[in-house]
Ligand binder design. Structure first.
Ligand code: NAP
Length: 447
């Protein structure tokens, strides 16, 4: 029997378990560890609450995690107890699937002013991540800026721009919904430092903005004029051409005067967050691409008022004690999923997902990524060696997770909502151990 420990129960970790089961149906046991009491990683703590179709991937992930040859071991912090060396001693293979949990920084003056928040923290807040300490302030101004032109920027801009009632049907924690109800933000400005042909949005996410009730999406047609390089990109990439077409539709549309506005600005590179004591504006350089494709300031500048700035410029991987990390790239050094220590393949250690390849791609990308890692693992280790595995006494297992799910369903009842997430360690642990009031009686459990 091959015994494999997977560190991280997000999509890449669970797809690893799935691929192992598919290849060795009766000859593998997989323990999937997670630091958090709840599984599913960014499916639970990253995918926006108003994207239920993407969130429903959790159903398929749950089938793998509840398979008789797989154990979910939540609330176990690898690196503290047990440490990585213990895992390596007790399993035939260890697969690192702990993702990229930190934010990339802008590295500009004023970045740490109050009111400047990384999108990673904002997403954790509205997702009810138990580590979130953010007290989001949405009532200090009518204008907010989102920096970045990726799907995370669109997610956070949408959550800010939507009417709170349109989010009440989601599993947003109750306290988050209440803060969103206090929001005075009417204008959300999204700043892309390059042009529409370089933006990293996916077209579906861009189109979805048109369906938001009471929201005008505003684009300056001048921002959509294509330089020669951008025109080439549009001509050679259908997805980029579709994005530009959707943006042209927004630029041509007559605003309906719905009360909230999402301004999509291109060619605006933030140079400083402005304010004394609290952010009040974002200073930007107007930019263009030179003939070699490098981003250059035109010499013009623009300052956009904002009492809240969300920095959505990407995630980055962080170290786990005992695991090598290429700090610049934010990934565990590897060759097709085999971990490298000092440039040499380290037997029995593998890596998958964002901590293997960087924070790119959609959830499904992790399935092919896991297939590559598992192929390497099985080529190296066709059979098990009788490794015993570990049994951390305090781990929250699958039954504990089901109890959390039950408590979350019960927590929604008093608010007339469906499932509502529990957002603190205490609530999650209490629910898992069956001592949550919400689990037993249907009474509210906060969150
Ligand atoms: P991303 O797609 O890499 O986008 C990051 C954005 O930040 C880029 O537009 C980048 O611009 C910009 N940026 C970086 N440094 C900057 C700076 N110093 N100043 C201004 N802008 C800067 O990352 P992400 O949005 O965090 O998404 C991560 C991954 O998750 C992506 O693969 C995304 O598609 C995926 N995701 C998918 C969904 C979905 O499918 N619905 C939802 C969320 C996330 P440059 O291109 O100029 O560097």
């Amino acid at each position: 029997m091959l015994r494999v420990a997977v560190i991280g129960s997000g999509p890449s970790g669970i797809y690893t378990a799935e691929a192992l089961l598919a290849a060795r149906p009766d000859a593998v046991l997989v323990d999937v560890f997670d630091r958090l009491p709840a599984p599913f990683g960014l499916v639970r703590y990253g995918v926006a609450p108003d994207h239920p179709k993407i969130k429903s991937i959790a159903g398929a992930l749950a089938r793998t995690l509840s398979h008789p040859s797989v154990r979910f071991l939540g609330d176990v912090e690898i690196g503290t107890s047990p440490i990585v060396a213990e895992l390596r001693a007790h399993y035939d293979a260890v697969v690192y699937a702990f993702g990229a949990a930190r934010d990339r920084r802008l590295e500009i003056p004023g970045e740490d002013l109050p009111g400047s928040v990384s999108a990673v923290d904002f997403v954790s807040w509205y997702s009810g991540h138990p580590d979130s300490a953010l007290e989001a302030e949405l009532h200090t101004d009518t204008s907010a800026v989102v920096v970045g032109a990726g799907n995370v920027a669109l997610d956070v801009a949408r959550v800010l721009a939507k009417q709170p009632d349109d989010l009440a049907g989601t599993d947003l924690p109750q306290h988050v919904l209440e803060v969103l109800r206090t929001s005075t933000v009417a204008d959300v400005h999204l700043l892309a430092r390059r042009g529409p042909a370089q933006a990293r949005f996916t077209t579906k996410e861009l189109r979805e903005l048109a369906e938001i009730a009471g929201l005008d999406v505003l684009v300056d047609p001048a921002d959509l004029e294509l330089d020669a390089l951008s025109a080439q990109t549009v001509a050679s990439h259908r997805d980029v051409a579709r994005n530009v077409e959707v943006l042209r539709g927004y630029a041509a549309a007559q605003p309906a005067g719905g009360g909230r506005r999402l301004h999509l600005h291109f060619w605006r590179a933030p140079t400083a967050l402005v304010g004394t004591g609290h952010v009040t504006a974002v200073a930007t350089d107007v930019t263009h691409l030179d003939e070699t494709g490098r981003l250059r300031p035109t010499g013009a500048t623009e300052t956009i008022p904002a009492g809240l700035v969300l920095r959505a410029v990407g995630y980055r991987g962080a170290a786990l004690p005992g695991v090598p990390l290429d700090a610049d790239a934010g990934v565990v050094p590897n060759e097709a999923g085999r971990v490298l220590r000092d440039g040499v393949v380290s037997p029995g250690e593998y890596v998958v997902g964002w901590i293997k390849r960087g924070p790119t791609g959609v959830i499904g990308t992790n399935r092919s990524d896991a297939a590559e890692t598992v192929a390497a693992l099985l080529a190296d280790l066709p059979d098990g060696t009788g490794a015993a595995g570990l049994d951390p006494a305090h781990a929250i297992g699958w039954e504990g997770w089901l109890a959390i799910e039950g408590a979350e369903a019960a927590a929604g009842l008093p608010h007339g909502r469906g499932r509502v997430k529990l957002a603190s360690w205490d609530e999650l642990r209490a629910a898992a151990s069956g001592t949550s009031r919400a689990a037993g009686s249907g009474e509210p459990d906060g969150g």
